[in-house]
Design a protein around this ligand. Structure first.
Ligand SMILES: [Zn+2]
Ligand SMILES: [Zn+2]
Length: 249
């Protein structure tokens, strides 16, 4: 479970794009006011802007009640729902394990609440490399929520999520290092998270600059990268969606 600093601090991979509007989707839900939805029909992840726009068209009667990407009608029975997830899990789709786990965690809809089942699905999702589930498990182990509290396991999941590009996981690593007095390592994490478009991390970099932990050049380049990242993720459709349905994290 040892992770080298070379691996930990290398540039994260680019964010994946929404399959409809082709704009990047952040890993952290609601970052830059962008959310995401998994479609178990085709296995695509669509951004909140495209989802809300399609729901608006459905309400107006301009669009059928179907997936905005593959046009398969939404499942109407628990049998249909389960069949779709089973098909996606058969092809080892990590997002299907992540999302079905979340359904079991919340309960309702087609699924009866079961924490054990949720954790079982999430363990499978991380085996398949789900960045989102590394983050879920990190916070669960940190807070002792759904699983026994274990800060060591939490830290491992935060690192794996951050390496995969999870902006908030990267920010948390910065906070841990800062609390331990490791200002230089903290700022390295905050700069990576800020360059990925995360506001709170940018604030930390700004404070680090004032305190002398960050050079002027590093602060300036982080600020530029932050703005670029925010611009890439922003669109009128996404802003409109957020105004109509503000996300809860
Ligand atoms: Zn989109
Ligand atoms: Zn679909």
């Amino acid at each position: 479970m040892n992770i080298s600093d070379d691996d930990l601090f290398k540039d994260p991979p680019p964010k994946e794009d929404c399959e409809i509007c082709m704009l990047p989707i952040p890993y952290a839900q609601s970052l830059c006011r962008v959310g995401k939805t998994y479609m178990p029909c085709c296995g695509k992840v669509l951004c909140s802007g495209c989802i809300i726009a399609s729901f608006t068209e459905m309400e107006k009667g301009n669009m059928k009640q179907w997936c905005a990407f593959c046009r398969l009608p939404f499942p109407r029975t628990s049998g249909e729902f389960t069949k779709r997830y089973n098909n996606r899990m058969k092809v080892k789709d990590a997002e299907a394990f992540r999302m079905l786990g979340k359904c079991y965690l919340d309960g309702g809809g087609f699924v009866k609440k079961s924490i054990n089942k949720a954790i079982e699905l999430w363990n499978r999702a991380v085996e398949l490399g789900s960045i989102g589930v590394h983050y879920y498990l990190a916070t669960a182990y940190l807070e002792g929520r759904y699983v026994g509290r274990n800060p060591t396991i939490a830290l491992h999941h935060f690192k794996m999520a951050a390496i995969g590009g999870h902006e908030k996981a990267r920010y948390y690593l910065g906070l841990f290092e800062y609390d331990n007095g490791n200002h230089h390592r903290a700022m390295k994490h905050f700069m990576i998270a800020a360059r990925s478009g995360y506001d709170d991390a940018l604030k930390e970099v700004g404070m680090g600059y004032k305190a002398g932990h960050v050079t002027k050049d590093d602060y300036a380049s982080t600020l530029r990268a932050y703005k670029e990242s925010q611009d890439e993720m922003s669109s009128e459709q996404r802003t409109k969606a957020e105004m109509e349905f503000p996300f809860k994290d």
